[in-house]
Structure formats: C-alpha cells, structure tokens
Design a protein around this ligand. Structure first.
Ligand code: PLP
Length: 394
C-alpha cells in the first residue's frame, strides 16, 4: 500500500520518483519505447509467467507511466493507480471491468455527456440498465438498488449543474449491499476531495482537466484497491488498449507539481466571479458549491476543501441570448474542457451535453440558458470585466 510522504503539496512533487535511480535526473525521464528486451529466452518466459518483475511491452507497463500511477495513488490515498489515454478510456475500462450483460447501474443524475453515451451504448448492446437518481437521501438510494445492481456511479460536483452528492452517505448504503462506488473526481482533484477516504471504492479522473492543467494533453487515471486495479490493468486496459503515451504521462507529472497552487488560484478567482455575478441584473441563477447560499454548501464543507474552479449560471433570456453572450466575449475562449490556465466558457445544452435527449437534459437541470464557466488563472478583474461587458449586451 502506498503511504503519503509529507504534505499533499510535497507529495505532488516527489511521490513515486527518486532521481537516484535515474542517473540523478531531476525530472523523470521519458521512456519513449514500445517494447523491452529480454536477456534470454528464459527471462522472457519468466516475465510472461509473472515470476520476475520487469517490463515487457509498453501497453502492459512503462516506467514513466508507472511514476505517474504511483504518484496519483498516494495523492488519492489509494492502494494503486492506473493511467489511461483519456478520461473516457478510464471510465469505460473501469465500468466494463465491474459489469456484465443484464447488470444494473445506479448513477447520479447529471453526468459527463460521453459517460452518458457509454451507458446508453451498454444498455443497447448488453441490456445493462442505468437509473439516474438525485442521490440526496439514503432512502432514495436504497430504493434504486436491485439484486443485479453492480455499480453505483457518482459525479460530484455534477457536471454542469454543480450539485453535490454526499459521498459518505452513498458509501454507507453501498456497504450494506456490497456494491462498489465509483466516483468521477475530475472537477475536484484529490487536492479538494478524496473519495476513497470517505469510503468509496474507485476514483476516476479525466486528467485532461485540472491534473494536466495546461490544455495540452488528453489522459485519464483510476485509483482503487490493488486487486481491482490489477484486474483492470490485465483485462480492460490491456485488451481494450486505452493506454497513455509516456510523453503524456510526463506532461501530467509536470502538471501535478503545481496542482495545489493552481487550484487555490482557480478557487480564489471563482469566488470573486460568483460575488460579481450575483449582483448582475442579467443573471437568473448561479450554481457554485463554494457559495454559502448554495443548497449543497453543507456537503461541500463536509467533503471538499473548497468549491473548485467551475461555475455554472443561468442568464435571463433564451438560447439565442446565451449564444450572444459567448459571441460578445473579448479574450475569454469559447471551448469545452476545463481546468486550464485560460478561462473557458461553453453552452452545455448545445455542446458537452447535446447528446443527452432534451427531455432528460431538462430533468438534469441543463436548460438552454445555462452557461458553464471554467475560471482560469488570469487576473479575476480581467475575467470579470470581459464577462460583464458581454452580459451587458444580451
Ligand atoms: C472531460 C471529462 C471526462 C472525459 O475525459 P476525457 O479526458 O475527455 O476523455 C469525464 N468526466 C468528466 C467529469 C469530465 O469533465
């Protein structure tokens, strides 16, 4: 089991790597290799039989990738980590590993669009049904569980409505039924929230977002018990093949070093923008868990360090007004994704969540007036003045 060395801020820089083993190289080397040579045929046999440690082929393991996997395991306080070529590669590998045809999944209502797409595909192909519930009370969760329920899948904060699910509550109910809880921790990162410490079983990340943090890599991570992560490594990751490249793993190791520093600034900026948005006459509703008046603020205080860097808000007006707002921005970028240095703004109903049928979208609280803002690292005054001038024009 991994053990945290020092504080989180120290672990993001040092865990999983010792320069002594790499000719003193301060930063981890990029092992840009597809395969590994065996000294003898017998050694090859032993490696394949699992009788001898060592690398075989980079889809099965790579030293640069291993450093990242060891580091994220410590940061999430889990036994073992695994890296993937995208967040969706991590989500699909974990969900396929945990389920079989005709199983049932209970899911938080409101979900990353492609995860919703994956669950719809699994329903079509394998008759695997998913119930989307608010997950606000134990009674509601217990009522949704069936004998064939194989997974409880949670996003919190929920993208893009920023509602929260009480992870400790979910883990308690799951334990009663011996069902694993999988948490997509992309929006919070282990700096703000550590689901495994709250009793959940597997954590997934789109490392594309805050963990990479610079908008230059697509990648995913999963952390959990050694036995489960080993199973994923030798089945759904190895055989479906969604591996990460050594260079992308290196970019994530670099991004992780500044994660606490960046997230503190993201949160500071988001808090400032929320205060300003509240006073603007064209704003109908603000969704930010770090806001004292948010209905989920108590859950935020219980399980998160701070509210994070993403704000969603509804404007007064219709879809046309929402699009006009985006078009009138001066420096702020219209783009999906989040967690980058640049402030990014998007329209969930027509972009990230367009694959979800309009009616379901409505039930999830994703209206045509809803805007998602990933607050960047720029001066908050500049972010606000751009947003304010655009809001004044709708
Ligand atoms: C982006 C995202 C994903 C998918 O990750 P990719 O790296 O784009 O494959 C999954 N979950 C959440 C919450 C996300 O924001």
């Amino acid at each position: 089991m991994s053990k945290k060395r020092g504080h989180f801020e120290t672990a993001v820089i040092h865990e999983g790597y010792d320069s002594k083993n790499m000719l003193g190289s301060l930063t981890p080397p990029i092992f840009q290799t597809s395969t590994y040579t065996f000294e003898t045929a017998e050694q090859g046999e032993r490696r394949f039989a699992g009788e001898e440690d060592g690398y075989i082929y980079s889809r099965l393991g790579n030293p640069t990738v291993r450093i990242l996997e060891d580091r994220i395991a410590v940061l999430e306080n889990g036994e073992k980590g695994l890296a993937f070529g995208s967040g969706m590669a991590a989500v699909s590998a974990v969900l396929v590993a945990l389920t079989k045809a005709n199983d049932h999944i209970v899911c938080s209502s409101g979900l990353y669009g492609c995860t919703f797409g994956l669950l719809s595909m699994m329903k079509e192909k394998y008759n695997m049904k998913t119930d989307y519930i608010d997950m606000k009370t134990k009674a509601e969760l217990r009522a949704a569980i069936r004998p064939e329920t194989a997974v409880i899948y949670v996003e919190t904060p929920i993208n893009p409505t920023m509602r929260l699910v009480d992870l400790e509550m979910v883990a308690e109910v799951a334990k009663e039924h011996d069902i694993p809880v999988v948490v997509d921790n992309t929006f919070s990162t282990p700096y703000l929230q550590r689901p495994l410490e709250l009793g959940c079983d597997v954590v997934i990340h789109s490392a594309t977002k805050y963990i990479g943090g610079h908008g230059d890599v697509i990648a995913g991570l999963a952390v959990g018990k050694q036995s489960f992560i080993d199973l994923v490594a030798r089945t759904t990751l190895k055989d479906m093949g969604g591996v990460i490249s050594p260079f992308d793993a290196w970019l994530l190791l670099r991004g992780l070093k500044t994660l606490p520093v960046r997230l503190d600034r993201h949160c500071d900026n988001a808090e400032k923008i929320v205060e300003k948005l509240k006073k603007h006459h064209n704003i109908a509703h603000i969704y930010y868990p770090g806001d004292k008046h948010n209905p989920d603020f108590a859950i935020m205080e219980k399980q998160m360090k701070r509210g994070g860097g993403v704000i969603s808000f509804e404007i007064k007006g219709d879809k046309k007004c929402a699009q006009k707002l985006l078009n009138r921005l001066a420096f702020m970028k219209i783009a999906v994704s989040l967690g980058d240095a640049e402030t990014l703004i998007e329209h969930p109903a027509t972009m990230t969540h367009a694959v979800i049928p309009a009616e379901t979208r409505g039930e999830m609280g994703i209206s045509d007036q809803l805007i998602r803002l990933s607050v960047g690292l720029e001066a908050w005054q500049d972010i606000w003045s751009d947003l304010e001038q655009a809001l004044n024009q709708i």
